[in-house]
Design a protein around this ligand. Structure first.
Ligand code: HEC
Length: 462
């Protein structure tokens, strides 16, 4: 067939027809094979174990956050039904990015493809057969320090233990710990974790800040203007991974302050939290400083911004202006129990040569999982000076929200777990105009290359 025939009005008819024929052939092949030999059964050892090893056992193994191990057939078999339910609903592994909107390339993405989900569902529906033991992949090797999702930290700071009584109002203590550093270092990855399963139950959130060494501020007091924000933690929080060329300064001689929010759960619990850091080598100063702040808090005065009537689903919008060009490296929605869904849209400055707005990420929300979506380096949005980050949050205060403790109550903005919020923690690095132009050109070249490789492959197939 000549190229001419594929252009113009004929292409509309020819292309779908070609695709349809290919699809029919693809369907026919396995059917013919089935006639002679029965379809191979989906088994644990051959088909399911590799999926669990990639996407589940980082948490589902002894000593980790998940309630049961999924390392072996004996471990997983009793959970087959629950696995099917959670996996088919895309509740496990926890990863709530909307797969139909915006950027889909992230670092450490554990999510399952539709085919992998179908494999697991098929396995459970077939009675969860074990399969041939010889097919079982070798158990994954976990490196020293692998209880940390960032890998073995270069530095761990553990804050003083704090006793949480069985009942009472929420507590907001500030805990100080010295930073054991003799010279300035830059962070390249960071993870906060409650030290035990019991601690996990009472720690609602924790904000780590750096306190200058000469600051007279004591542990019992709140932060000062000289505190520098380092990282936020909330239930189920994933680690933050910065691009290689960026970091956050940890200053020698400083202390770390943990501003926590603790919540009684009916028994006395000693809460303990630690923060692990991966650091750039000694003496290395990364090219960019990575920032992270609230983006799109609903109004300048958050106290009267959220208005979520009893039984209703609401939408609230917030905006944050970037006055310099930037590379956006992470998106982490933040809401409380009524949260349902959040989107991040970019509104570009009024420049006719650029697209005006772009929806770059949307994510479903589950309060138990404060997930950070770290963009892959070649997918992190590059934005010109004057870009507005628009955050749209939906809250569901009806009985249909399974987590809703009280659909009969109005809910507004506030710190308590039963109040709500609607903003995103956005991570980024500032760029100069020249760096922006340079990165944009490099990105375009990369996309061009990918496109031409794809075209060559297509031509080879024809
Ligand atoms: C980031 C850590 C993490 C990953 C990855 C993860 N889980 Fe979980 N899983 C948990 C935690 C924590 C819980 C308990 C809280 C909850 O139920 O949400 C849980 C709960 C579950 C439950 C419900 C158990 C019950 O008590 O009913 C199932 C089933 C499950 N996970 C299966 C999986 C499967 C299958 C995968 C991989 C495809 C997976 N999980 C990946 C952390 C994880």
């Amino acid at each position: 067939m000549t190229a001419d025939l594929l252009t113009g009005r004929w292409s509309r008819f020819l292309r779908p027809l070609g695709g349809g024929v290919a699809a029919l052939l693809a369907l026919a092949a396995p059917a013919a094979a089935q006639a002679t030999q029965p379809a191979r059964q989906v088994t644990f050892t051959k088909d399911v174990a590799p999926i669990l090893q990639r996407s589940c056992v980082t948490c589902h193994r002894p000593g980790q956050s998940a309630p049961m191990s999924l390392m072996t057939y004996a471990d997983a078999r009793p959970w087959a039904r629950a696995i099917k339910t959670r996996v088919a609903a895309r509740e496990m592994p926890p990863w709530h990015i909307d797969r139909n909107v915006g950027i889909q390339k992230f670092k450490n993405d554990p999510s399952l493809s539709d085919d992998e989900i179908a494999t697991i569902v098929g396995w459970v529906d077939a009675g969860a057969p074990a399969g041939n033991p010889a097919d079982m992949p070798p158990p994954p090797q976990f490196a020293d320090g692998s209880e940390w999702a960032i890998g073995k930290p270069d530095l761990v700071v553990r804050f003083p233990a704090y006793k949480v009584p069985p009942s009472g109002p929420d507590l907001f203590p500030n805990l100080l710990a010295p930073l054991d550093l003799t010279e300035d270092r830059y962070i390249k990855a960071i993870q906060t974790r409650p030290v035990s399963a019991a601690s996990r139950r009472v720690v609602h959130h924790a904000i780590t800040t750096m306190v200058p060494g000469d600051d007279a501020q004591k542990a019992g007091d709140g932060g000062t203007e000289r505190d520098q924000f380092i990282v936020e933690y909330a239930s189920g929080k994933a680690p933050e991974l910065y691009p290689e060329d960026s970091g956050v300064l940890l200053k020698a001689g400083s202390q770390l302050r943990l501003g926590t929010h603790l919540h009684s759960v009916g028994e006395e619990i000693t809460a303990e939290v630690e923060v692990g850091f991966l650091l750039h080598p000694k003496g290395h100063v990364p090219k960019y400083i990575r920032y992270s702040t609230h983006h799109g808090d609903p109004t300048q005065d958050p106290l009267d911004s959220l208005d979520i009537p009893a039984g209703e689903t609401t939408r609230v919008d917030g905006y944050t202006l970037h006055t310099k060009p930037a590379r956006i490296i992470a998106f982490q929605p933040h809401m409380h129990i009524r949260g349902k869904y959040q989107c991040m849209e970019l509104i570009y400055p009024n420049n006719p040569s650029k697209m005006k707005r772009e929806m770059i990420s949307c994510a479903h929300w589950n309060y138990n999982w404060h997930l950070v979506y770290n963009y892959a380096d070649d997918a992190a949005p590059l934005v010109p000076a004057g870009t507005i980050v628009h955050i749209i949050s939906w809250h569901d205060n009806s009985a249909a929200n399974r987590n809703n403790p009280d659909p009969k109550n109005w809910v507004g903005y506030g710190d308590r777990t039963i109040d709500d919020m609607g903003f995103a923690w956005v991570g980024w690095v500032d760029l100069t105009e020249a760096e922006y132009e340079q990165e944009l050109a490099a990105r375009k070249a990369l996309q061009q290359k990918a496109k031409s490789t794809a075209t060559t492959e297509q031509q080879q197939q024809q």
